[in-house]
Ligand binder design. Structure first.
Ligand code: PEP
Ligand code: MG
Length: 889
């Protein structure tokens, strides 16, 4: 069947919808050709030819003949022949994959020149031009096709300039360029042992194969992995007859955008360089001038360019980016594509096009992403500052934080002014310090380490795993491999978007979009900021269209209030264990270690008023909206003293002859409760079943808080959630206990609090038996963090810093399954549970509250499988709202 394939298409035979086969560049050239725009004639060798070549290591059968045929067509069209000693045809060869891809071989110009044809070209276009073109060919061919260090050619060029006293490359005369060609040929021969090929067809074939091969360079692979471009697409190759921007001052080359791709401002943007070929602009040999100056240089060509740009934008209905060449005053289009743009520009341009009646609101929603919105929400360092990092780690939670380095949580809390908490790693004990600090820097761990998860949840800047740092807690300092020493109190800056660590204070640019969500912008500020206006409008469009609810994970009234400002429809997860960190940890410790009923009751009695206060605050912040409160779910070790530390303390005291009875008792209990796998141990529902009175006191606090709010005329909407069940039996036991306490409080107060009772689905067994559980539960909330952990058997606290980097490098997965839901595996369990849960209970409300609830691509999945809501940290709420809106259109 191979020979029935066509591998080559003339530009006039393609169109913009065949990017798979023709690549982005080939499709754009075909489309422009068919629009009647001035495109130099040429043809595209398909991605399929590339795939076959890469698979077999050889040209696919028939390709050579097809190229012959199309070359003959080009020659007829232009009335010139390749390699002709009189006025030869020259061609350019450019790669062009479906998605534009830096890292691949790009362009070779002037193919077809040799020692004879250069004479013909000189007769047609002048001596200087001909020899300049020939040296360009050898330079580009040598560097990209033959793999010779580009440096060798630029060095020879510099020497040539020096020899003839030329300041710029365009000051070299024909004789100097002829000498340079001889130098270049010597370089080629010395580096490869072969002479520069004189046969134009051999030049072309070698270049085409080099383009194919460049698909597999390391740089191209790295780029594809980071951009999630499939490995097996291959690239197309575009062969185009040359037009010359280097024929003199009435010629030139440039790039243009139909709108500003950096800011999204309307109006054309671009650069122009007279008397040059395309790669001069890219290589920065000479500095181009703003496109607007072309109007003075060549008003007719400029007017024609503007006409074509308007036509292209109207045709593509989007920002276009364009490459063009002017040859003796005649404009030629060399490339067009939908232009890349910044996040800010994406929002603005999409809405400009709506306002111009070019695209629908639904289209506009399709042109921005949650990822782009998140970029607009992170504070950032001023890039103009040009600072040099002293170290770098894993960017774990974006933002730009500046503060005094501190090495323990207590100092972060007590110190005046912003701090950066520097730890080897963090534990729940550090939480108050993390809250107090402006940013967190650790030398261990990855993107799902404790520090990373907590910091992301709070929208706090965090860099983890900066393993070059030597952190010395005793001396309160860290050192870098470069020898820099940062002591407590020294100012450092950390960039959570790049992982860079700086000494000193780098200036920070505040994000107005967050100020807008916070409600802190004045009307004038709002009106003066086009990006804020665009975001505000787009959010309204998304909210009007989204089917998914968006709730927040919030544990404090302040977080709940922010979530509400950011547009949350309720709280989807209040992790009550977060209410017992710091000072209050002792209470849980006492409860767990209690030997007698009296001891236990007194610990519980102290817990009650604290929880009552917590819940009252949450209900107040979320009045009228659901507040899903999860019963205590910590791995127990997080609430007990560290076994090793306590053992040492007891041993030292005994050695001094001053044994401490309390510590000895505590140590015995900690030993008894010590677990090898705490995440699979006494936590979740198991804790509620094993520690008498614990659930009762939490439910009582919820009910009393709600009662108090009702009495005050407010509208609390508590929901009670049981964590980490694997079976309906566990849920039943908890349900009965919760019901009992609610009824008890109702009898005492005369007010019945109507609280839905539901459960998390975060163990495979719960997902597999969801039908039975749904018969008893009012709602499900998928805990996709634990569900990912237990489905894959990956420890969520350890993997990122351990073998995940290897997994990314070997392509096991492109993203951490803890960040983007593994739809194929974990997603199937979720789908199954949704299906069987709904079949058993039509009124079942279903949400998700793992980290994935705020991940853009996961949000789309949850919409598709019919969840009722997603729940995520307050800072991700706008992102989830936008993605939910996009998913609905
Ligand atoms: C989960 O497991 O996805 C979840 C939300 O619970 P936690 O992260 O508190 O274990
Ligand atoms: Mg969980």
């Amino acid at each position: 069947t191979a020979t029935t394939h066509r591998y080559v298409y003339a530009f006039a035979e393609g169109d913009k919808d065949h990017r798979d086969l023709l690549g982005g560049k080939g499709a754009g050239l075909a489309e422009m050709t068919n629009l009647g725009l001035p495109v130099p004639p040429g043809f595209t060798i398909t991605t399929e030819a590339c795939r076959r070549y890469l698979a077999t290591g050889d040209d696919p059968p028939g390709l050579a003949e097809e190229i012959d045929k199309h070359l003959a067509g080009l020659e007829a069209d232009r009335g010139k022949r390749l390699g002709d000693p009189e006025d030869p045809l020259l061609v350019s060869v450019r790669s062009g994959a479906k998605f534009s891809m830096p890292g691949m071989m790009d362009t070779v110009l002037d193919i077809g020149l040799n020692d004879e044809a250069v004479i013909g070209l000189a007769a047609a276009g002048g001596e200087r031009f001909a020899w300049d073109s020939y040296r360009r060919l050898i330079q580009m061919f040598g560097a990209t096709v033959l793999g010779i260090e580009a440096e060798e050619f630029t060095k020879a060029l510099e020497e040539a300039k020096h020899r003839s006293g030329a300041r710029r490359d365009i000051d070299l005369d024909a004789a100097a360029l002829r000498d340079l060609v001889a130098d270049y040929k010597r370089i080629v021969n010395a580096a490869t042992g072969i002479d520069f090929p004189q046969d134009p067809r051999e030049q072309l074939d070698m270049t085409v194969r080099a383009v194919f091969d460049s698909w597999n360079t390391d740089r191209a692979r790295v780029y594809r992995r980071s951009e999630r471009i499939p490995e097996d697409l291959g690239t197309a190759v575009n062969v185009m007859s040359m037009v010359y921007g280097n024929l003199g001052p009435d010629s030139g080359t440039g790039v243009a955008f139909t709108r500003d791709p950096a800011t999204g401002a309307p109006g054309v943007y671009g650069d122009y360089l007279a008397n040059a070929q395309g790669e001069d602009v890219v290589a920065g040999v000479r500095t181009p001038v703003p496109l607007a100056q072309l109007e003075q240089l060549d008003p007719a060509a400029y007017a024609e360019l503007l006409r074509i740009m308007a036509l292209l934008e109207a045709h593509y209905q989007d920002l276009c980016d364009i490459e063009f060449t002017i040859e003796h005053g005649r404009l030629w289009m060399l490339q067009t594509r939908i232009g890349k743009r910044t996040a800010a520009a994406a929002f603005r341009i999409a809405l400009q096009l709506v306002d111009d009646n070019r695209i629908s609101i639904e289209d506009a929603l399709g042109r921005v992403t949650g990822e782009q919105l998140s970029q607009l929400m992170f504070p950032r360092f001023d890039t103009e500052a040009n600072a040099q990092p002293i170290a770098s780690g894993v960017p774990a939670s974006p933002g730009a934080a500046v503060g005094a380095a501190v090495f323990d949580a207590a100092t972060a809390e007590s110190r005046e002014g912003p701090t950066i908490l520097v730890r080897r790693e963090t534990s729940p004990d550090d939480l108050p310090g993390i809250i107090a600090a402006a940013g967190v820097l650790t030398s261990r761990g990855g993107k799902t380490s404790h520090a990373a998860v907590v910091a992301r949840g709070m929208g706090k800047t965090c860099v983890v795993g900066a393993d070059d740092l030597q952190i010395d807690y005793d001396r309160k300092q860290f050192t870098t491999p470069g020898g820099a020493v940062v002591r407590e109190g020294d100012i450092v800056s950390i960039d959570g978007a790049t992982g860079a660590v700086y000494a000193g204070a780098i200036p920070v640019v505040p994000p107005p979009v967050v100020e807008y969500f916070e409600g802190r912008l004045t009307r004038e500020q709002h009106r003066a900021d086009p990006v804020v206006q665009a975001v505000a409008r787009m959010m309204a469009y998304a909210d009007e269209r989204r089917r998914l609810g968006v709730h927040a994970n919030a544990d404090t009234p302040a977080d709940a209030a922010r979530a509400r400002r950011f547009g949350a429809d309720g709280i989807g997860l209040c992790r009550t264990e977060h209410m017992f960190l710091g000072e209050r940890r002792r209470l849980v410790e006492r409860l767990v270690l209690a030997d007698t009923e009296d001891e236990r009751d007194s610990a519980l009695a102290e817990l009650l008023p604290l929880q009552l206060g917590d819940f009252t605050g949450l209900f107040a912040a979320m009045d009228g909206l659901p507040v899903t409160i999860r019963l205590l779910d910590p791995p127990l070790h997080e609430f007990l003293p560290d076994l090793t530390e306590l053992s040492v303390k007891v041993a030292l005291a005994e050695a001094r002859g001053e044994p401490d009875e309390t510590d000895i008792r505590l140590l015995a209990a900690v030993r008894r409760l010590h677990e090898q796998n705490p995440m699979l141990g006494l936590r979740g529902v198991r804790l509620g079943l094993a520690v008498p009175g614990l659930v009762a006191v939490q439910v009582r606090a919820i009910a009393l808080a709600a009662t108090a709010r009702i009495k005050a005329g407010s509208d609390p909407r508590p929901e009670i959630m049981v964590p980490l069940i694997g079976s309906v039996e566990e849920f039943d036991l908890m349900h009965a206990e919760i019901r009992r306490v609610l009824d008890e409080v109702a009898a005492e107060t005369g007010i019945a609090v109507d609280a839905a009772i539901g459960t998390m689905i975060e163990l495979p067994r719960a997902a597999l038996t969801a039908g039975r559980i749904a018969e008893r539960a009012a709602f499900f909330s998928f805990g996709t963090n634990d569900l990912t952990q237990t489905t894959w058997g990956f420890s969520r606290d350890d993997v990122e810093g351990s073998f995940f980097p290897v997994y990314f490098a070997k392509g096991v997965f492109a993203d951490s399954p803890f960040e983007s839901l593994d739809e194929e595996g974990v997603g199937r369990l979720v789908e199954l549970a949704v299906e069987e849960g709904r079949a058993a209970n039509r009124d079942l409300v279903i949400g998700v509250c793992g980290e994935h609830g705020g991940d853009p691509s996961s949000v789309r999945f949850f919409d598709r499988i019919g969840l009722d809501y997603v729940s995520c940290s307050p800072f991700r709420v706008p992102i989830a709202r936008l993605e939910a809106g996009r998913a609905a259109v």
